[in-house]
Design a protein around this ligand. Structure first.
Ligand code: FAD
Length: 536
């Protein structure tokens, strides 16, 4: 064992949050930060081209490919979670959608006791993190590190979808992230000039140049080190060698919602009665580490229609090369936008008092395979993916054994709650209404899936059970709260331990209503400020 590393702060996991946090901490001009990442640092063009997203999902070089236990609510199909395994984490392989979520998501966190996390409290951090090039508005930021653009491939089919939303009573807005409005609008993406801007690009690269952040890749954290209850560092593996790294001030875990709780459990922070039988010495009894696992289940409603801008399966190499070359030279075209062209928050039926479903519009006919992985369908067409904004289903993550390399035991019934299934069925009905709205009919758009055999509630429930999958937004496994069972307090400090915080998707008490990357950036920004202010 060689103990060669020491820094003021150690950040474990260089994903969406980790890269942003390390960069912000080092931004004080004094602190030295060691940033550990299990995956590689890759400069591959595939990681920069938005149109390559499907080729990244499932690729073991960049994707953890986590798998849950069989999910009884979906015919025992396990939940398959893609998750970024490279510098940039999820932001390096995700669908690039930049959605803050709804203001009331954060007001609900605040109402649940997370003081300091209301919509009004988080708005300055959202503004600080972004450099938005769309319409100017008071709620938007213009100078932050994360470049945000209106989707560069906002073609006629996206505008057709927005017209259909308007015809169906959904308000169409100019800026879908203008806190607090909901409604429907063109998608915004984490891109600059049509190139993906993961947090590797937006935050970390400038910070590495400053010399105050040291990045170690292929470095897998095995367990945290403690003196009593004070976290002093981390033991990690690089190749076949083990190293200890010591944090003079704090260690912050940012390994993502499916890895952070595992690292805590392996380190003796978790339910004592689950750790002792595995021979793991208990540092602090933390009953909810790994509990409260949640995700958005998504289901696709698709239609055939040959509208301008749609992407076809019969793409063939000449056309795909042409799209690639156009992206490289101009930063425009189908390869330059994220896959989701428009987005809407809407009510699943008349009884809903506020939007309870999130719809994402794709200009291609998507088929989800039995694992939930999207692929191009045969017909030229379009797809709306529906998901429940605030799912009620909760699962958990536990250790299967004491070996850090053994996959954890993860259980989540994505449609295990009657509320979620009912709402999702309402979302499917709404999506098919949109795809049959007057403008769509005029453009000769016709439904493909669920199709004629999906009319009754029972048939639509079956359709959801058979065809839904994860939206890759796992969260909540190290819940923030003020009660003693919560894992972190509202300053993101781990209860029962000193010198240790968590700052990633796992701290969310409840999911935000849409995609999670921008909310995770907010968490990292706020964590950096909390750390700085504790230091003063
Ligand atoms: C395919 C896909 C599509 C998505 N699409 C969108 C989208 O369009 N818009 C959106 O907003 N969100 C999207 N998301 C979700 C979003 O990317 C995640 O919510 C976000 O990246 C989570 O950030 P994080 O920092 O919590 O975790 P991550 O970004 O996953 O970072 C965790 C990092 O820690 C590393 N790590 C894990 N364990 C260890 C260990 N033991 N030691 C060292 N390092 C470790 C990982 O390799 C990873 O780099 C998508 C996610 C995926 C996977």
């Amino acid at each position: 064992m060689t103990s060669t590393f020491e820094a003021d702060f150690i950040v474990a996991g260089a994903g969406t949050a980790g890269c942003a946090l390390a960069s912000r901490i080092a931004g004080d001009g004094e602190s030295r930060v060691l940033l550990l990442e299990s995956g590689e640092d890759s400069a591959s063009l595939r990681l920069r081209m938005p149109g390559a997203v499907l080729s990244l999902m499932g690729d073991p070089r960049y994707d953890w490919n986590y798998v849950s236990a069989p999910d009884a609510s979906r015919r025992n199909r396990p939940v398959r979670w893609s998750a970024g395994r490279a510098v940039g984490g999820g932001s390096a392989i995700n669908g690039l959608v930049f959605n803050r979520g709804l203001a009331r998501d954060f007001d609900a966190w605040d109402a649940a006791g997370c003081t300091g996390w209301s919509a009004a409290d988080v708005l300055p951090y959202f503004r600080r993190l972004e450099r938005f090039d769309g319409p100017a508005g008071e709620t938007r930021g213009r100078e932050g590190p994360q470049s945000v653009e209106i989707n560069r491939h906002a073609c006629s089919s996206a505008r057709l979808f927005l017209r259909a939303c308007g015809e169906s009573g959904i308000r169409v807005v100019e800026d879908i992230n203008d806190f607090p409005p909901d409604g429907a609008g063109l998608t915004q993406t984490s891109t600059q000039g049509g190139w993906r801007m993961s947090t590797r690009e937006s935050y970390l690269r400038p910070a590495l140049r400053s010399g105050r952040v040291r990045l170690l890749t292929s470095s897998h954290a095995h367990r945290l080190l403690f003196e009593g209850r004070r976290c002093t560092g981390v033991r990690f593996r690089r190749g076949s060698e083990f190293f200890d790294a010591h944090a003079k001030r704090e260690l912050i875990v940012t390994a993502g919602a499916l890895s952070t709780p595992k690292l805590l459990l392996l380190s003796g922070l978790g339910p004592a009665n689950a750790l002792r039988p595995l021979g793991i010495p208990v540092v602090a009894h933390a009953p909810e580490v790994g509990a409260n696992l949640q995700d958005h289940a998504g289901v696709a409603v698709s239609a055939a229609g040959d509208v301008d801008g749609i992407i076809r399966r019969d793409l063939g190499w000449p056309r795909s090369w042409m799209h690639g070359a156009r992206w490289l030279l101009t930063g425009r075209g189908p390869a330059a936008g994220g896959a989701v062209l428009a987005t809407a928050y809407a009510c699943s039926d008349e009884s809903a008092r506020a939007p309870d479903v999130h719809l994402q519009f794709f200009a291609w006919h998507m088929r989800l395979d039995s694992d939930g992985k999207p692929g191009l369908g045969v017909e030229p067409g379009m797809t709306v993916i529906c998901s429940v904004c605030q799912p009620h289903a909760r699962g958990y993550l536990r250790l299967a054994g004491p070996d850090p390399l053994e996959p954890a035991d993860m259980r989540l019934e994505l449609l295990g709650s009657a509320h979620d299934l009912r709402t999702l069925v309402g979302g499917v009905r709404l999506a098919r209404r949109l795809l049959a709205a007057p403008s769509m009919r005029a453009a000769r758009v016709t439904e493909l899936q669920p199709g004629p055999r999906g009319r009754s509630t029972a048939e639509l429930e079956d359709y959801c059970r058979d065809h839904s999958g994860s939206q890759f937004h796992p969260a909540g496994t190290c819940r923030m709260g003020t009660d003693e069972d919560s894992v972190v307090d509202t300053t993101l400090r781990v209860r029962g331990a000193a010198g240790l915080r968590i700052a990633d998707a796992s701290i969310m008490p409840a999911l935000t209503s849409a995609n999670t990357n921008a909310p995770v950036l907010l968490i990292a920004e706020k964590a950096a400020e909390l750390i700085r202010s504790a230091d003063r």
